[in-house]
Ligand binder design. Structure first.
Ligand code: TYD
Ligand code: MG
Length: 472
């Protein structure tokens, strides 16, 4: 008798196990193994090899050739089009992931409405909300009278039959992938097998008809529902919608894009009437700046091709604890420790008896090492109580030897700073000849370019002396 083919599938990484275990060997997550049948499951192979048919020859073709149709559908929502690389690509599948409640449905409702208003056929299938709820949201967004076609449905076969009716849709939005289920797999909705099989069916539909599809996926922590990661490799592009709790702005980040640049971001602000585009993110992250307070430094950063100015705030305070506290929001804690160590070892600045708090304004997250110099400046400023010049931006990477290393895109960073009214900059030496020369103009002429971090520390400490001189 054939053994029943039951498997335990990790809901985090999708690996299959013969028996249940508390921890997945493959990815190390706990409590993520769920029993699933293998019928039609991905990775189980053809169920019956005897029925395997002979292959059919397909026509091979060349790389050059005509491409029919305008390949992209542009929504007109600038920040969304930027993140997708210029609009939704026909015949492609896009995954929009994010935490529950971050605003994925809101964003896609707005996109659907904008596209439908332009005459595209847009189908919005929701498996999470009833039609009435979606209508309420549309009313709130002021788009209730756009001709978006709506359905509350979760079965893939039914959805495919529905959209096959009439003109081929230009865009089909499936909100969310975790609620979809197909007859082809017999696990529960939300499991890896179902999510993959349903996504596969929808992607096949997109490729064969040329309709663009958007899959919405919730990021899940519990592991009981398969996360968007299990379909990342199947789709053409992956966007994550992120935001920091308590802040209104949201960032749409491109993680993968077969048809455009990755590391792009779109910035939005959640208002009571939906998402508002933020075309100039620097203004958002610099919003709450007060001049003359020690511990604040403006970092000229880059997000993809776009410069973003953010304020970095440091607070260095005497500690009553044996092991002083180090707390970081919006930056890497290990990198902070490194900058502190370099300041101690090479610049003679001691933090051993001080608590150090570091915060990136606006709840923004920085991943660039180029922020090192701005962080160091903020730390030294807070420790000495000397405010940094309010019209100065900082960027540069710090090496363990205490030298300041050049970073890419110096020109763009300076241009953005100049545009926002900054008049001077501290940046690495060798950040291209352009500094001070053509294009960079005024701000380049006022640039201070230390080769060693100690030079910057001396300059900040030196500001006390010059200020004292002025007072005399
Ligand atoms: P939603 O798009 O439903 O999130 P997701 O689909 O990612 O789960 O957005 C939910 C949150 O957004 C909810 O807390 C309410 C808020 N919101 C606004 O603040 N303004 C609005 O105009 C809308 C439609 C929602
Ligand atoms: Mg939703």
């Amino acid at each position: 008798m054939a053994k029943s083919r039951v498997q335990f599938i990790c809901q985090n990484c999708g690996s299959a196990h013969q028996r249940w275990a508390g921890k997945c060997d493959a990815c190390g997550e706990w409590n993520t193994l769920v029993e699933e049948g293998t019928a039609g499951g991905i990775g189980s192979g053809p169920a019956n090899t005897r029925n395997a048919r002979k292959g059919r020859a397909v026509v091979l073709t060349s790389l050059s050739g005509d491409i029919e149709d305008a390949p992209r559908i542009v929504s007109g929502i600038g920040e969304l089009d930027r993140a997708t690389g210029g609009g939704f690509v026909r015949g492609s599948a896009l995954l929009v992931g994010g935490d529950p409640g971050i605003g994925k449905s809101t964003l896609l409702t707005q996109a659907a409405a904008a596209l439908a208003a332009k005459g595209h056929r847009i189908v919005y299938v929701s498996g999470e909300e009833a039609v009435a709820q979606i209508r309420l949201r549309a009313q709130r967004l002021g788009v209730a009278d756009t001709p978006v076609e709506l359905a509350a449905e979760t079965n893939v076969e039914d959805i495919l039959a529905t959209i096959a009716d009439g003109k081929r849709p230009d865009l089909v939005i499936l909100d969310s992938i975790q609620t979809l289920w197909t007859d082809m797999a017999d696990s529960a909705p939300g499991t890896v097998t179902q999510v993959r099989a349903a996504a596969q069916a929808m992607i096949r539909y997109a490729k064969s008809t040329g309709a663009a599809i958007v899959l919405v996926g919730h990021v899940t922590k519990e592991g009981q529902i398969a996360g968007p990661r299990v379909v990342e490799h199947m789709v053409d592009a992956v966007l994550y919608f992120e935001g920091e709790g308590g802040h209104h702005y949201r960032i749409l980040r491109t993680v993968k894009n077969r048809f455009g640049p990755t590391d792009e971001i779109g910035v939005f602000e959640m208002s009571d009437k939906g998402l508002r585009e933020v075309a100039n993110p620097s203004e958002l992250f610099l919003g709450e700046r007060h001049a003359k307070s020690p511990g604040a430094a403006v970092f000229a950063g880059m997000e993809g091709t776009r410069p973003v100015l953010v304020e970095i705030q440091a607070l260095v305070a005497p500690s009553s604890l044996g092991t002083p506290r180090r707390a970081v929001v919006g930056w890497d804690g290990a990198r902070l420790s490194m900058v502190l160590a370099v300041l101690e070892a090479h610049c003679g600045v001691r933090f051993g008896t001080h608590d150090v708090y570091l915060n990136v304004a606006g709840g923004y997250r920085i991943s660039e090492p180029a922020a090192d110099l701005a962080v160091a400046a903020a730390l030294v400023s807070s420790l000495t109580g000397l405010a940094l010049p309010a019209d100065c931006v900082y960027f540069g990477e710090i090496s363990l030897s205490g030298s300041v290393r050049p970073v890419a895109h110096a020109q763009q960073r300076l241009k953005e700073a100049e545009k926002l009214g900054f008049g001077s900059a501290v940046l690495p030496l060798g950040s291209e000849e352009l500094v001070g020369g053509n294009g960079a103009g005024g701000i380049g002429a006022n640039a201070f370019q230390p080769t060693e971090l100690a030079d910057l520390v001396a300059r900040i400490a030196g500001s006390r002396r010059s200020r004292a001189d002025e007072e005399e």
